[in-house]
Every structure is written in structure tokens, then in C-alpha cells.
Design a protein around this ligand. Structure first.
Ligand code: SF4
Length: 479
């Protein structure tokens, strides 16, 4: 770390210590201190959001105060890691690397430590494996070391059930104290001993899958699972540990999971965030019939925005919030995915690749043909309610895969991009007019920003890239 960066880190950590002394009193002056030490161009929209929350004492302020109810040691550690190491210091470095290498550099890396799972949920591919695939401790450690060289300090575990490997995951937290680790988990392996380990390392945050009531959960995941999930949440809350909830919404459950009562339950259980994921019909036997209808998706759009304006919970909707991040974030633009076999995929839902992390460096993977196709073609639509080259622009994925010569990497049910497109094309056509209507709605609070053009959610290097490649303001908008 350069001396100036070390000095900046020390100054920012001091600001967090100051806030910790008396959060309710000191929070009013915190943004003045941040403005003094952090250059104006670093994370400007996030800073504005913090500033508004503090001034208005709104639901986001209440969420901040909920964070101050966490175990003090974990809270201080996590705030410093997430805000200072993973964001304020990391972002400008990532931008430098994007400029230097002329390719996408991720903000976060998703990886599957294992394909194994301790549950056998109906419809889940993890149950289909004859034997487990694993990334070794050394594999993951090497990915993290290489990622940090590029400025990436956030690592997110998917799977399989990552906590099958909990000892290795804790060792990685210990070794990389300047990184934050998020873990999608079924929560059934979280016990008191693991909570104590989480307290000790202070940089591990579970995102618990919770998609239904007791009857629905137990029917799909096995009897007693719902009780175990609730017990895990209670343990985390009683220990003052941060966690969130992840929820996949389908045509069958969309109306049941997106309710205010469900949000209140999450807050009461102690969750700090809820991330909704649109069902993706990926894998040969995943049916298109579970894809939410355009009406359900439109309702979800309004529901999540409504909840975000009043609940003390950080709610995100991965298919409807594209405009805050400039559209598709895959291919390393903000994230990438490495499966348990080591295949480096653009996205957790896009199972095609040219490279395996056992054969190439992380930077070589970012410069591999499919990743460069993402780099050159993002955004895939100028309406960020239609961001995806697979889901809403279904002809795009086949083109990217064909032009890059990528091969299928689905570990259980490989399918061609054409087979996948046959499942998504009707849904994409049905969603397009609804997406256009919402996007052009003059009463939508985001309307004025949308009129400003494609800058919303874009990095400086995204804008420079558009200039260089000559497609800014003229993105694909595939029908
Ligand atoms: S490929 Fe599709 S699902 Fe993946 S990040 Fe891009 S828009 Fe989202």
C-alpha cells in the first residue's frame, strides 16, 4: 500500500472511530469529515444518499442506527473493512486498473467453494451432483490475492452450501482482514460455535435463503428446515451479528414473498438487507413456466421502491435495479463468478466460458474472449429495466458465445444458448412494452435522471470506454 493510501486509510478509520464514540451525536458532522478526506469524485451518489439520510432522519437513518445495535467489535471491524478497504480506497484503484488493462475489473468476485450441499431441495441443481467439486483453500486464497492486486476486496460465496467448508472460510477471513466476505447460505449449519468464529474474524456476513413460510420451505427443503433457519437468525441476532436475506422470486411465490408483512418479519428477525433475485430458467430442466409474469415484475418494481422509501432494511431487486449500476454488471464490470470446477463465468447465471482459473490468472480471465465481448457490448440495452443479454435481450447471449468461442460450463445440465433463448424469448417480448412504459413514466422519481442519458450508475472508465468504442448513447437496444 502506498504511503498516501496508508495515510488515507488511517484518517478514514479515525472517522469511523469518532462516529463510534457517540453515533447519534457525531453522525451529524460525519459527512463534513468525509468530504475533507475523500476526493469529490469518489462514490459521489453514495455520499449524497448518506447525507440525505442523516439530514432527513429517514428510514435509511434508522437502518444506520440498527447497525449500531450490532456487537461493537464486529461493527467497527466491518464498517472499516466495507467502507474504507472495500469501497473508498478500492474504487479509485479499480478505476486505475480498468484504465491500465483496458478491460473490466470487478468490485466483487463470486465463487463456489464447493458444489456439495447438506440439503436436498427439490429443483436445486446441487442435489444432482454425483460427487462434490471443490475449490481448494489454496485456489480461493490465490483468487483473493490476485483480486486484491486489481483492487477487489469483496468476495461472495455461492454454491452448493459454502458453510460445508466453514473452517476454510474462516481461515480465509483471518488471512484477508482487508476484505469482506458475504456468503449465500441455507443457514442450517450456523450454530453458536460458528457465531463465535464470526465474532472473532469480524468480516463475514451471511445472506440467508428464505423464500417462504414454514409449510412451503419444509415441503421443498425438508422437514424442520424452516425451524433451523429461524434458529440461525435468532442466534445471529442475539450475538449482534450482521446478516441479510436472499429471496428468489418466481411466478409461484412472487406475490407471497413481496409483502410488507414479510419485510417486517425480516426486520424483526434482525436482517439488515433483503436481496430479491428474479428466477432464471438456467439449466436444461429449469422451466420457463416459473418466470414471473410482466404484471408480477411490474408489481415487484413498485413494491421494492416503496419498501426502500420506508423500511429500515436495505432492499435490492437484482433484475429491476439495473439503472443504479449502469445495466448489466457481469463479465467483471462489477462482478464475475467462478464455479466449483474453476470455470470463470461472466455471471452466476451465465454458464459459458473460455477459461478455467486453474489454467489462467484472474487478469487473463478478465481479458478472455467472452469477458471482452461483455466489456465491448455493455450495456446491452439503453433501458436498464431490460439489462440482461440472456433474459431481456435473448439474442445477445448466443451472439456473444458464438463470437467468443466460449463453451458450456453448466456442471449438471449444459444447454446451448439457443435452447436457453427458446425459454426466455417470449418472456422478453412480453416484458419489453411494460419496461418501456415504466422507463418513460414522467411520474417516476427516476424520470429526470433517465432523461440525462446513460450516465447513471456508470464509472468514469465506462464513459471513457464508450467514447473510445464509439457506442455511447447508441447502445444495442435489441428487440
Ligand atoms: S448477465 Fe444478466 S443476470 Fe447476469 S449480471 Fe448481467 S444482467 Fe444480471
Amino acid at each position: 500500500m502506498a504511503l498516501t493510501q496508508a495515510a488515507e486509510r488511517a484518517a478514514l478509520n479515525k472517522i469511523i472511530d469518532y462516529l463510534e464514540e457517540d453515533p447519534e451525536k457525531n453522525i451529524d458532522t460525519i459527512m463534513t469529515l468525509v468530504d475533507k478526506f475523500v476526493p469529490e469524485h469518489v462514490l459521489p451518489s453514495q455520499r449524497r444518499a448518506f447525507d440525505t439520510a442523516i439530514r432527513e432522519r429517514n428510514n435509511w437513518y434508522r437502518l444506520m442506527m440498527r447497525i449500531f445495535d450490532l456487537n461493537p467489535e464486529v461493527r467497527t471491524k466491518l464498517l472499516k473493512t466495507l467502507i474504507v478497504d472495500c469501497s473508498v480506497l478500492a474504487w479509485p484503484y479499480q478505476e486505475k486498473m480498468r484504465e491500465k488493462h483496458q478491460c473490466n475489473i470487478p468490485y466483487a468476485i463470486l465463487l463456489d467453494p464447493t458444489s456439495a450441499c447438506n440439503l436436498r431441495c427439490t429443483g436445486c441443481w446441487a442435489a444432482e451432483y454425483g460427487h462434490a467439486l471443490n475449490l481448494s483453500f489454496e485456489d480461493i486464497d490465490s483468487i483473493i490475492c490476485q483480486g486484491k492486486e486489481l483492487g477487489c476486496h469483496i468476495y461472495i460465496y455461492t454454491g452448493g452450501e459454502p458453510l460445508v467448508r466453514k473452517d476454510d472460510l474462516i481461515r480465509l477471513c483471518e488471512k484477508h482482514q482487508d476484505c469482506a466476505f458475504l456468503c449465500f447460505t441455507n443457514a442450517t449449519l450456523i450454530d453458536e460455535a460458528f457465531c463465535q468464529e464470526m465474532i472473532r474474524v469480524g468480516n463475514f456476513v451471511p445472506a440467508i435463503s428464505a423464500e417462504g413460510d414454514e409449510g412451503t420451505t419444509d415441503a421443498r427443503r425438508g422437514k424442520g428446515t424452516y425451524a433451523k433457519i429461524e434458529r440461525a437468525m435468532d442466534l445471529l441476532r442475539e450475538n449482534g451479528l450482521p446478516f441479510g436475506i436472499s429471496c428468489c422470486w418466481t411466478r409461484e411465490n412472487a406475490d407471497a414473498v413481496a409483502t410488507e408483512a414479510n419485510m417486517d418479519w425480516m426486520i424483526e428477525k434482525g436482517a439488515l438487507f433483503c436481496w430479491y433475485f428474479h428466477y432464471m430458467p438456467v439449466g436444461a430442466s429449469s422451466p420457463a413456466s416459473l418466470m414471473p409474469t410482466p404484471e408480477q415484475r411490474e408489481r415487484m418494481y413498485h413494491f421494492v421502491r416503496d419498501m426502500r422509501s420506508k423500511k429500515e432494511l436495505f432492499t435490492m431487486d437484482f433484475q429491476n435495479d439495473g439503472e443504479f449500476v449502469g445495466g448489466c454488471i457481469a463479465g467483471g464490470r462489477r462482478y464475475l463468478h467462478i464455479n466449483a470446477a474453476g470455470d470463470v463465468e461472466p455471471c452466476v447465471f451465465i454458464h459459458y466460458s473460455n477459461v478455467n482459473i486453474h489454467d489462467v490468472t484472474l487478469l487473463e480471465a478478465l481479458k478472455s474472449p467472452l469477458f471482452m465481448k461483455y466489456y465491448e457490448n455493455q450495456p446491452f440495452n439503453d433501458n436498464h429495466l431490460r439489462p440482461c443479454p440472456m433474459l431481456e435481450n435473448p439474442y445477445e447471449l448466443g451472439r456473444l458465445v458464438a463470437e467468443s468461442g466460449a463453451h458450456g460450463t453448466d456442471l449438471v445440465e449444459p444447454e446451448t444458448p439457443e435452447d436457453l433463448r427458446r425459454k426466455t424469448v417470449a418472456g422478453a417480448a412480453a416484458w419489453a412494452p411494460v419496461a418501456e412504459k415504466i422507463w418513460n413514466d414522467e411520474n417516476d422519481p427516476m424520470h429526470a435522471k433517465r432523461l440525462e442519458g446513460m450516465k447513471q450508475g456508470m464509472a468514469e472508465t465506462d464513459l471513457e470506454k464508450f467514447e473510445r468504442l464509439g457506442h455511447f448513447g447508441d447502445c444495442q437496444n435489441k428487440k
